[in-house]
Design a protein around this ligand. Structure first.
Ligand SMILES: [Zn+2]
Length: 107
């Protein structure tokens, strides 16, 4: 089942739910909002990460980088966010420093 079909189904159930409640369907408005949501979900590769999302994976990013991997290529959205967000960049830099001064376990 494609995402679009799934969301069409969700929209239809929401609309019938509204009708059950006796609400007037705001079809145009709902359609627009839902179209935007679908567009956003289908273009996850292009969307920007939030600080919370970056914070959730920044340690992996820093670890890759300190391990000599090309972290910006693996997580381009993180790199893009770091270029624009001072808070996350600071977090990344302090993590990098910790990783650089802490020997890897098991090595
Ligand atoms: Zn940020």
């Amino acid at each position: 089942m494609s995402k679009e079909n799934l969301f069409t189904k969700i929209i239809k159930s929401l609309q019938s739910f509204r009708q059950t409640l006796g609400l007037k369907p705001a079809a145009q408005q709902n359609g627009d909002a839902m179209a935007k949501l679908i567009h956003m979900l289908e273009n996850t590769d292009e969307r920007e990460l939030s600080c919370d999302e970056v914070f959730a994976i920044i340690d992996q990013y820093a670890e890759l980088e300190s391990g000599g991997e090309d972290a910006p290529s693996i997580f381009p959205l993180v790199k893009k966010h770091l270029d624009n967000c001072h808070d996350c960049l600071e977090e990344y830099e302090s993590l990098s420093q910790i990783l650089a001064t802490t020997p890897m376990q098991g090595n």
